[in-house]
Ligand binder design. Structure first.
Ligand code: NAP
Length: 479
């Protein structure tokens, strides 16, 4: 913690904000201030953009093998420092240490995966239909990028963007969330140590996101925006990107259905529910938000889930043995409290949890609600907390249509032992990803992303690299 940088990272140097401005980083388990970091304004953002633009030409020419090995070295350093990075992440974000360690490894995997992909960027050669003309296709980096990340996965949301940008030969300005800037600053220090040239990555921490990012998006020098965050902010940034026709990748909110059919293996379904709901205390875009359980097994499923949720240990994430840390802040917890109160007013039964504990920190207990009215507010908004809301259904057509009845389409979970049904329902769900008898879909080698208002483009997998590459086509007549 004492060695963690707290300044801006611009052109390979650690610098203060011009007027010496800082902002606090708070510990969500205690509400106390952990430290202060530089609070950039538009002027420093401009300097970061200039550094990225200056470095772009040379960086694009760097051999893929060199870019690959920088990523590989950074992967190894992250893995060596798993414990240190996990403690840092837990202190600023709150998730339990075991989960933070898991995120560090997951985050590092994006560097390993894209270090392998960096040397496999291919092109093409072909004969056009007229038989006379040839087509030469090459891939090239899209150019300087603006990367904007949320607080819920402080390290992985960064590496998921930085990894492919480095592999493709793009330079970048990263703006992390103000709640969790320390993980991003630690990552910048690691990449510098791994040999990343000055100016390729620049990190701007700020409490004035709009003022800092809008001029970059409208300015015409940033060629790509990769954003992870809420749909509302994503929509605003898409509008700002339109002026300079900035290419965009948008990883936005979700409202995941979790469907348990009458032929499901209930042990698997409850295990899956624990992961899909409780990973990151429910503060995940992939979190199961609406549990649709077949009427014939709903009571049994609810009883078993409540038993498992009730046995989880809530406390500061830094304490070993804790399963559920605090939510990110009072606002986040207040929203969860309101959603639960609304559902209960509309007749939901609280099987476990549901009461905010006294004392400091932003804790909220694992909660299971049964008999939830479909008109409840939590059906149409991300709960972003440890609350499982159970509704019942009677047949397949009905549940598919209810699951799809939302503007979001990130992920869905389907539990059934029937292969026909598993494939049929997965194909009918309007989502970018399906967890079939599993509560976890995230994997650096797979294309992560949603449809509808959950976003545009994919992160991870081979497709994650495509987002940072353009095609150039050469027409060559050969007589
Ligand atoms: P958020 O409020 O949209 O913020 C995300 C990032 O955008 C933060 O860095 C934020 O900084 C910045 N931002 C906000 N307004 C901006 C503006 N006008 N211009 C430029 N940047 C701006 O979301 P959040 O509360 O941090 O994160 C939770 C959301 O992220 C949820 O909706 C979740 O589903 C989504 N998410 C999606 C994925 C995915 O892969 N699909 C993954 C993780 C999270 P400030 O906080 O300073 O405004």
């Amino acid at each position: 913690m004492t060695d963690t940088p707290t300044q801006l990272f611009i052109g390979g140097a650690w610098v203060d904000a011009a007027d010496g401005a800082t902002m606090s980083v708070d510990d969500p388990a205690t509400g106390e201030i952990l430290c202060h970091v530089a609070d950039a304004g538009p002027k420093e953002a401009r300097l970061a953009e200039e550094a990225a633009v200056r470095a772009q030409t040379e960086w694009a020419r760097t051999a893929p093998r060199v870019r690959s090995e920088i990523l590989r070295r950074a992967y190894e350093i992250i893995i060596e420092r798993t414990d240190e990075l996990a403690h840092l992440m837990t202190s600023e974000m709150g998730k339990p240490l075991a989960e933070a360690r898991g995120e560090v490894v997951y985050a590092a995997e994006f560097f390993r995966w894209f270090s392998e992909e960096a040397v496999r960027i291919d092109g093409g050669y072909g004969t056009l239909p007229d038989g006379r003309n040839r087509m030469l296709l090459s891939r090239r980096p899209v150019g300087p990028c603006l990367l904007i990340t949320p607080w819920n996965f402080p390290l992985a949301m960064g590496t998921r963007k930085i990894g492919p940008a480095i592999a493709a030969g793009c330079t970048m300005v990263l703006k992390p969330a103000p709640q969790t800037p320390l993980s991003s600053l630690a990552l910048a220090a690691i990449l510098k140590e791994a040999g990343l040239p000055d100016g390729v990555l620049n990190v701007v921490t700020t409490s004035r996101a709009g003022e800092v990012c809008e001029p970059l998006l409208r300015g015409g020098r940033i060629r790509k925006l990769s954003f992870t965050g809420s749909t509302a902010v994503g929509q605003l940034l898409l509008a700002q990107s339109a002026e300079a026709v900035v290419r965009t990748s948008m990883e936005l909110g979700g409202n995941a259905p979790f469907i348990v059919f009458e032929d499901a293996d209930l042990d698997k379904a409850v295990d899956g529910a624990m992961v899909a709901k409780m990973r990151n205390m429910g503060e995940a875009c992939t979190a199961a938000n609406r549990f649709f359980v077949h009427r014939s097994v709903a009571e049994e499923f609810g009883r078993r889930l409540a038993e498992r949720m009730g046995a989880l240990v809530v406390g500061p994430g830094t304490r070993e043995g804790v399963d559920v840390g605090p939510l990110i802040d009072r606002t986040g917890r207040g929203k969860v409290e309101e959603l639960v109160a609304d559902a209960v007013e509309r007749g939901a039964r609280v099987l476990v949890g549901g009461r905010t504990p006294e004392g400091p920190g932003c804790f909220y207990p694992p909660t299971v609600l049964a008999g939830v009215d479909p008109a409840s507010r939590l059906m149409g908004t991300e709960i972003f907390g440890p609350v499982a809301a159970i509704l019942t259904f009677d047949d397949e057509d009905e549940v598919v249509s209810r699951a799809n009845d939302t503007p979001w389409g990130l992920v869905g979970y389907v539990f059934t032992e029937g292969l026909d049904r598993a494939l049929r329902v997965s194909e009918r769900l309007e989502v970018g990803m399906v967890g079939l008898n599993t509560g976890l879909v995230s994997n650096p080698a797979a294309p992560f992303g949603g449809i509808k208002q959950s976003g545009l483009g994919r992160e991870g997998g081979r497709m994650g690299l495509d987002e940072f590459l353009e095609y150039q086509y050469l027409a060559v007549p050969v007589g």
